[in-house]
Design a protein around this ligand. Structure first.
Ligand SMILES: [Zn+2]
Length: 183
């Protein structure tokens, strides 16, 4: 095989699905699918809600607001920040998928609100020897101020559908309570 052919085949080669690493996931899904009741739901948010929240594994956003699959759109990232991609998704969700209210929902004890941007770069550099400074992690030094900024960023986004209501609330991971904030 010539160099170019080798290169081409390595570009198209597929790795086998890593079953061992996901064995619990696949095993649990077999049980889930066995009991799964066929659903008449579509991709439209039945309750008209979108929640932007953090990737924190303690936050179960649908459960927090007493909803189920099909009710709401859930957007997640580190720190529940309103990024370009969140805005892109909200435009689609509000015009095409039934969303008419948006809740930005960061949480207490968030890693992204405990460190400066530079400290996180330093931690990763020290532990892994990788320079991540080309990324902006969007850490926050004042979570409430950042939440207000993010809510206003959505409200003032010119491409968002008219009539959409936007609010901000902080989820307390210790008590389970939501604290609505004036934004
Ligand atoms: Zn978080």
């Amino acid at each position: 095989m010539g160099y170019n052919e080798e290169k081409a085949s390595s570009v198209t080669a597929k790795s086998k699905f890593p079953r061992e690493a996901f064995s619990d996931v696949l095993g649990a899904n077999v049980n889930f699918a066995a009991d799964f009741q066929g659903s008449a739901l579509t991709g439209t948010a039945v309750k008209g809600l979108a929640i932007i929240t953090c990737m924190d594994s303690r936050v179960n956003p649908l459960v927090v607001v007493g909803m189920n699959a099909g009710d709401a759109k859930i957007l997640r990232n580190a720190g529940a920040r309103v990024t370009e991609d969140v805005l892109r998704t909200l435009v689609l969700a509000t015009y095409l998928l039934g969303v008419d209210r948006i809740l930005v929902m960061p949480h207490t004890d968030c890693r992204m609100a405990q460190s400066e941007e530079a400290d996180i770069h330093k931690t990763i550099a020290e532990q892994y020897g990788v320079d991540t400074r080309s990324l902006e992690f969007r850490t926050v030094s004042d979570q409430r101020k950042a939440l207000i900024t993010d809510v206003i960023r959505i409200r003032s986004y010119p491409l968002l559908r008219d009539g959409v209501t936007v609010g901000g609330a902080i989820y307390n991971v210790t008590t389970g309570a939501l604290e609505p904030l004036d934004c």
